[in-house]
Design a protein. Structure first.
Length: 133
């Protein structure tokens, strides 16, 4: 994939997205209202990306590298985070089950944070408002 990716109401259920690369671009990559349950992101490298109101139940993120990624109002039930460094990841709200992150390397940067809904982490750690796609 090259360029900025913007998806709305897309369906990637059970998709094999292992080792996918979403590199740093001028604007954040955006997945809004997407159905991605059961997708495999094993070994993915995802940078400067917003997942907003996405169904990500049962996704496999093992050994993925996430940098400035935000999950806003997503269903992450049953996601596998084994070996993932979540220190530069925003999860808002946090999943209710703390066991969800037992195998992750670091806790996520998360809630209580001043980002407005639908915003993505900026290139420098600041937040960029998602304009109406």
């Amino acid at each position: 994939f090259t360029g900025v990716h913007r998806y709305r109401a897309c369906v990637f259920s059970q998709a094999d997205l292992r080792n996918i690369l979403l590199a740093l671009e001028a604007e954040p990559h955006r997945f809004i209202d997407c159905k991605m349950d059961g997708a495999r992101f094993t070994g993915a490298r995802i940078t400067y990306t917003l997942f907003y109101r996405c169904d990500l139940r049962g996704t496999d993120w093992r050994a993925a590298r996430l940098d400035r990624v935000k999950f806003e109002d997503c269903n992450l039930e049953g996601a596998d985070w084994q070996g993932v460094n979540l220190s530069r990841t925003v999860l808002n709200p946090l999943p209710q089950d703390p066991r969800a992150f037992a195998l992750a390397m670091k806790p996520p940067y998360n809630t209580g944070h001043p980002n407005p809904p639908g915003s993505a982490p900026g290139k420098t750690g600041r937040v960029t408002k998602v304009q109406g796609d």
